[in-house]
Design a protein around this ligand. Structure first.
Ligand SMILES: [Ca+2]
Ligand SMILES: [Ca+2]
Length: 172
């Protein structure tokens, strides 16, 4: 025996033109999705973090290009081999972190980049790192929100955005 359920009647709250349960659910789901989108879009803290990450990706790309062009001309990578540089630390002999001629990377990159970018926060957690090894270089930045970029760069640190020709030079 088949039990027949009068589905329309079951779902209708009243017979006087009210909303069905399905209509109410659909409406509230759409409202919730719109609310979630609005929170993400208008959340100022999130937008500021995303903007800082955007600047980091752009900075790293510019420094990376400058290092590659320096290598093409000079046949070696900038700075002293084996010395880890941080964008928060001024090497001895440098006068400003941002100088392209002996800034936080201690070499003359001025033919390739007007000034040497530093991280928008440039503190203990968020800064850029660079090292020249015997067979290449690595340049890193820590991102706040863009976790996919840090995971899928081919490097050995999932919490760091890594570029360069040997991504094993700086390890977590
Ligand atoms: Ca990584
Ligand atoms: Ca690495």
């Amino acid at each position: 025996m088949v039990l027949k359920i009068p589905s329309k009647k079951l779902l209708r709250f009243s017979n006087q033109g009210g909303f069905t349960l399905v209509e109410l659910l659909a409406t509230s789901t759409i409202a919730l999705i719109l609310l979630a989108l609005a929170i993400v879009y208008f959340n100022p803290a999130e937008r500021i973090k995303r903007a800082r990450d955007g600047k980091r990706l752009s900075d790293i790309s510019k420094i990376d290009r400058a290092i590659s062009e320096f290598m093409l001309d000079k046949k070696y990578y900038p700075d002293t081999q084996g010395v880890l540089r941080l964008s928060t630390a001024l090497p001895e002999g440098s006068t400003s972190l941002n100088k392209s001629n002996k800034g936080w990377i201690f070499d003359n990159l001025s033919s390739y980049i007007p000034m040497l970018p530093t991280d928008p926060l440039n503190d203990e957690t968020y800064h850029y790192s660079y090292i020249r090894g015997s067979d290449g270089y690595e340049l890193d930045a820590k991102l706040e929100l863009m976790t996919d970029e840090m995971l899928n760069d081919g490097g050995n640190d999932n919490l760091m955005y890594e570029v360069g020709s040997n991504l094993n030079l700086i390890s977590p």
